[in-house]
Design a protein around this ligand. Structure first.
Ligand code: COA
Ligand code: AMP
Length: 631
């Protein structure tokens, strides 16, 4: 018998126009699209003549349909001891006023607004206000340092930056405003204005003429109506790590995004209007954009905005409390969060006493879901634990066990099968489809479904080069893996220098650029080594210039601080070790993969192309000196 999933999957590929044309009916259009897909771009352009407003679909339409009194957003902030419920009616009003405030500062359709905020409702208000105006938001994660923010300011050239005086981590208050001031100093593109939310935990100093407080910005602002935009107009830019220090500005359109996310809520997550979704991530990441902000609100569901951690705020029972208190139907987070909970409360004792009767499933993504963690969660919760695979670029899941289409049997270590819309193939080096079970590059046949990236901001050539050039006719994900006999996808590793640290995507290449800039460093390499909690952490290997008059430990400490200052604490770069030389091939390529295998204590083979085998012995000794490898 054909399952609902099979039928949907086949139809999505055989008749994408029919499939997505039907899905588009779940969205309110100012002008309904008469065409579903234009193939004039290799990756596809969805609903090319459709006109809509994403904010209308996320807020106003639900108020108009009688959901004005339902909670749209619950802000649960253990770090400030606050729980606040904001109804659809209230959120619509707050967003309309803030849109009016932005308009008064000169923001209009197509203008960019950078949002550098902690997990507070105003972050969501700012994003939706941009959507309301047809302006393009670019949210930058708060754990990034000033130079990273400056790079994004220069690329996005925003008229306005919306920020806050501070963020609150478990053990400290992080002053955001000095980071923002420093970033603006470093950037060539200076925003005309900054709107700063003054938080009671720490006030910020405002720059006269440029900065205004959130309160002052909204004082007397007239609520702004929704501005109709083309389905193909950009809704947001979200920067993500590429293989260099220059991040990629992923551009998401309005129409395809709304259609795909609304479809995903019903068919992947099986969340109905009126139900609650709790996504523990950050609005600075794609997971936060899609499943804290847009998808739940497009659905008329309630979203939980959680300003806290899985552990330490106050303990490893925090997620259970949030699920119970807000009656969440599904939760979504990264496996690392569950590893943290498991480490602190292996018996799951803190689950006791919480009413999880409405809780139906836990979704995990952002990194490979390791089977022991999945099994632990399964044993404890006795619910479907659903690993699903996606990327900033795709905006929503590529592979998942689609709960709304009937669950398929689970295979540990696999995010199950391709989601309708995604024609996933595993390719060998020649670009031919690999045999089932053989590892290759995971790629999608073009066109991509709605909701996938449209291009890179101001970098169409880089978009084509980075994603479409390697395998003509395909989008390359940058992930390696295989497809098994049952069409289950197995994601094994990245094919580039991206590493995944606590579900955060980081470029080792960008870290090497920072290390190489230290005056005493002649050469360096950064590798991602296995970490029990974070999945991977970066490790730096340094070769110093001749005649450096300071100790190795001093230089190592300085480069650690340098990465923290230039990329940010989120890089979790804590270890660097000085070595005499780096192992290389005869053509001069650094053997990062072999060093990684040695550090992880895995079997490794001497590469035939190595220039000097003794270098690997030296590296082995240096790594074992700091506790890596087999000692
Ligand atoms: N603003 C400022 N600093 C931030 C920050 C923010 N928004 N978010 C994180 N940081 C800092 C942290 O304070 C920490 O700094 P430290 O080195 O001084 O301790 C550093 O960045 C690393 O943060 P994090 O990755 O959160 O690690 P952690 O050690 O504080 O906590 C976990 C470990 C597993 C509990 C945590 O990583 C976690 O909850 N992960 C969930 C991952 C997730 O949501 N991923 C999103 C994709 S789904
Ligand atoms: P990001 O763009 O930050 O969401 O990171 C995307 C990358 O994280 C992917 O390309 C994968 O390398 C990895 N990733 C995300 N989800 C999974 C998953 N379920 N299994 C394995 N890897 C994953």
């Amino acid at each position: 018998m054909t399952s609902r999933y099979d039928a949907a999957y086949r139809r999505s590929l055989a008749d994408p126009e029919g499939f997505w044309g039907e899905a588009a009916r779940a969205i309110d259009w100012v002008a309904a699209p008469t065409r579903v897909l234009d193939r004039d771009r290799p990756s596809g352009r969805w609903f090319p003549d459709g006109v809509l407003n994403t904010c209308w679909n996320a807020l106003d339409r639900h108020v108009a349909a009688g959901r004005g009194g339902q909670a749209a957003l619950v802000w649960d902030s253990p770090v400030t001891g606050t729980v606040a419920r904001i109804t659809y009616g209230e959120l619509r009003d707050r967003v309309a006023v803030f849109a009016g405030a932005l308009a008064r500062l000169g923001v209009g359709k197509g203008d960019r607004v950078v949002v550098y905020m902690p997990m507070v409702p105003e972050a969501v208000v700012a994003m939706l206000a941009c959507a309301r105006l047809g302006a393009i938001h670019s949210v930058v994660f708060g754990g990034f340092a000033a130079p990273e923010l400056a790079t994004r300011l220069d690329d996005a050239t925003p008229k306005v930056v919306v920020s806050a005086s501070c963020g609150i981590e478990v053990n400290r208050v992080v002053a955001y405003k000095p980071l923002l001031d420093r970033a603006i100093e470093l950037a060539t593109a200076k925003p005309a204005h900054c709107v700063i939310l003054q938080r009671p935990q720490q006030a910020a100093t405002l720059v006269a003429g440029r900065d205004l407080s959130w309160e002052d910005a909204i004082a007397g602002a007239a609520p702004h109506a929704c501005v109709p935009v083309a389905a193909t107009d950009p809704l947001y830019i979200l920067y993500t790590s590429g293989t260099t220090g220059q991040p990629k500005g992923i551009v998401r359109d309005n129409g395809g995004h709304a259609v795909a996310l609304r479809w995903s809520m019903a068919n992947i997550y099986a969340v109905e209007p009126g139900e609650t979704m709790f996504t523990a991530s950050d609005v600075g990441w794609v997971v936060g954009h899609s499943y804290i902000v847009y998808a739940p609100l497009l659905t008329g569901a309630t979203t939980v905005l959680y300003e806290g951690k899985p552990v330490g705020t106050p303990d490893a029972g925090a997620f259970w409390r949030v699920i119970a208190d807000h009656r969440a139907a599904v939760m979504f987070t990264a496996p690392t969060a569950f590893r943290a909970i498991k480490r602190e409360d292996p018996e799951g004792r803190l689950l006791a006493g919480h009413d999880l009767s409405r809780f139906r499933a836990l979704f995990l993504a952002g990194e490979r879901a390791d089977p022991p963690t999945v099994e632990w969660a399964q044993e404890l919760l006795k619910l479907p634990i659903i690993d699903h695979w996606w990327q900033t670029e795709t905006g929503w899941p590529i592979a998942a066990n689609c709960m709304g289409l009937g669950l398929l049997p689970v295979k540990a270590g696999s995010p199950t099968r391709a989601v309708p819309g995604w024609d996933v193939r595993c390719l060998d080096a020649a670009g031919e489809e690999a045999k089932r079970g053989d590892v290759g590059a995971l790629a999608m046949r073009l066109p991509l479904p709605p909701g996938a990236l449209a291009t890179l901001w101001n970098a169409e050539d880089r978009f084509r080069q980075a994603y479409l050039a390697a395998f003509p006719g395909y989008y390359q994900t940058g992930d390696a893996g295989f497809v098994d006999d049952d069409a289950y996808i197995h994601v094994m590793a990245r094919t580039d220098d991206i590493i995944n640290v606590a579900g955060h995507r980081l470029s080792t290449g960008a870290m090497e650029e920072v290390l190489a800039g230290h005056p005493d460093v002649a050469e360096c390499a950064v590798i991602g080594v296995a970490d029990e909690l974070k999945g991977q952490v970066p490790l730096g290997l340094l070769v110093l210039k001749a005649g450096v008059g300071r100790s190795d430990a001093e230089v190592a400490k300085e480069v650690v601080q340098r990465v923290r200052d230039r990329i940010g604490p989120v890089a979790a770069f804590k270890t660097a070790v000085v070595v005499q030389r780096l192992p290389k091939t005869r053509s001069g390529k650094i053997l990062r993969g072999t060093m990684r295998a040695i550090a992880d204590g895995q079997e490794w083979r001497m590469p035939a192309t190595i220039d000097d085998p003794a270098t690997l012995q030296e590296i082995g000794a240096a790594l074992s000196g700091i506790g890596y490898g087999r000692g």
